[in-house]
Design a binder for this molecule. Structure first.
Ligand code: V55
Ligand code: FE
Length: 487
């Protein structure tokens, strides 16, 4: 019996063919010189389906989480990759096949896994307390051993939170190391409930606040400032009847406003205020900050749906080139609560995977890094149209001047999310290094490039070669040594 992944766009090519490798490779090849300031681990996670889909096809967001760690020491880099052994993956391995149907629809799953945790743990991985936490927004985090990457299990913060959803984009408060997070659809599939959590630096829950969103839209990321949190609710909505009938979890609503929920961190949630913006697509938060009565929120935005796998009810979704993309600043005036947010453009070109220096989360700040896409730099005459989620530019934007510097990875290459590492504990904001995986579409190889923020246009100061290709991933972070030793 043949056992094959489908030859659909979701499973082929240098970005999307499953990788499925687990293991380690010590002392990777290095071109150039790895800065010795880099002492620590770059961790990230990719959706990487371990088994062909149970149904005919599947979307990128539904793959099993595979965590990669690059351990840096003394100019050397070791590589380690391991699947998160979720309850879902364990069940698939026992059956030697997938038992789950479509994305976040338990009504399409094999009855053998009914009621079990279905997390794929595939969206982000962070260090918190004694563990790494692999995150998927519909489920609890999954705790991993930081040294071996072995899976410990679903993580409810030692019983302090219920078995519910938990965002893949929690924030660390740079002031005290506390972890701020939330879950949406928090009282069941398609519910409008959002739960907000704060944990202190050692994981003791200090707040749990419940609010209701105006509609059951996706809330992929959020923003925090010293006094407020903001929930951006996307007009991609869940509907229980549709899901129970075996339909998609999310459907794009082209007539629905985008909504921002602004809530005081210290309150009971009753002060939450919902502000509308015209229909648009925004998933990731670069940063947010307060100045007096104003709150500023910076997010890449697109003029319409960028998730073709969550189309409108009639099945349609715009083509990528039909949309306008930019980095947007939304300014909310707390002194004029009736006013719609003021919209300004910070960078007028396609951009995604925005990151700031994590030491300025929630504070006034100056530097952004992100991925861009410039199709004039892409060899479409050789390559044809690029695959979904294609980024050939690394961009560093100075928000104080509006000036952007960039480096293009090549005429047929795609970056994965960049991560910023400060040059040292007392480095100025944004001064340090950028780490990013770079996939070469023609040779189907992957490298880890390291750029110096003082001159990114010159290209990498070091290129770390890998003896295997890595699948397109989502998010990750830098964990400085100490705390985690080398295996
Ligand atoms: C996103 C990714 C997800 C998901 C929901 O990028 C939203 C947005 C990788 O999974 O489940
Ligand atoms: Fe994300």
């Amino acid at each position: 019996m043949a056992i094959l992944f489908p030859a659909t766009a979701e499973f082929i090519g240098a970005l999307y063919a499953p990788c499925r490798f687990e293991g380690s490779v010590n002392d990777l090849e290095v071109e150039g010189t790895v800065p010795t300031e880099l002492e620590g681990t770059f961790i990230q996670v990719a959706p990487d389906p371990a088994y062909p889909p149970m149904l005919a096809n599947d979307i990128f967001f539904n793959g099993d989480g595979a965590v990669t760690a690059f351990r840096f020491s003394g100019g050397h880099v070791d590589f380690q990759r391991r699947y998160v052994e979720t309850d879902r993956l364990k069940a698939h391995r026992a059956a030697r096949r997938s038992l789950h149907g479509i994305y976040r629809n338990p009504f399409t799953d094999d009855p053998a896994v009914a009621g079990a945790s279905a997390t794929t743990a595939n969206t982000n991985v962070i260090a918190f307390g004694d563990h790494l936490l692999a995150l998927k927004e519909d489920s609890l985090p999954v705790a991993l051993d930081p040294v071996t990457l072995e899976t410990i299990g679903n993580w409810d913060f030692a019983g302090q939170i219920g078995d519910g959803p938990f965002t893949a984009h929690p924030k660390r408060d740079p002031e005290d190391g506390s972890l701020l997070a939330f879950g949406y659809e928090a009282r069941g599939i398609a519910s409008r409930d959002i739960v907000y959590y704060e944990f202190d630096a050692i994981g003791c829950k200090r707040r749990e606040t419940w609010v209701e969103a105006p509609y059951a839209g996706m809330v992929h990321d959020f923003a925090v400032t010293p006094n407020f949190v903001i929930f951006p609710v996307l007009p991609a909505t869940a509907d229980l009847e549709r899901i129970m009938a075996g339909g998609r979890h999310f459907e794009w609503q082209a007539e629905l406003d985008f909504q921002f929920g602004i809530m005081r961190r210290g309150g009971d949630g009753s002060d939450i205020r919902w502000l509308k913006a015209p229909n648009c697509f925004q998933a990731h938060v670069l940063n947010a900050f307060e100045t007096g009565d104003l709150i500023h929120l910076d997010m890449p935005s697109a003029s319409g749906n960028v998730f073709p796998f969550f189309p409108e009810a009639n099945g349609s979704s715009p083509l990528a080139h039909e949309l306008h993309y930019e980095l947007t600043r939304w300014t909310f005036d707390l002194a004029n609560p009736g006013e719609p947010p003021l919209r300004t453009t910070l960078y007028d070109a396609p951009c995604e995977f925005p990151r700031c220096d994590e030491r300025v989360v929630g504070r006034p700040y100056r530097h952004a890094i992100m991925l861009g896409c410039n199709m004039r730099l892409f060899a479409s005459e050789r390559m044809g149209p690029p695959p979904w989620q294609f980024f050939n530019q690394l961009v560093r934007l100075d928000l104080s001047t509006g000036l952007a510097e960039s480096w293009c990875g090549g005429d047929a290459e795609c970056f994965q999310e960049p991560t910023f590492v400060p040059r040292g504990p007392s480095a100025a904001e944004g001064d340090g290094f950028i780490l990013a995986l770079l996939n070469h579409l023609e040779s189907a190889t992957t490298e880890l490039v390291i750029l110096d923020t003082r001159d990114i246009a010159q290209g990498p100061v070091a290129t770390v070669r890998l003896p295997l290709r890595l699948r397109m991933s989502l998010h990750g972070s830098w964990v400085a040594t100490p705390p985690f030793p080398k295996p």
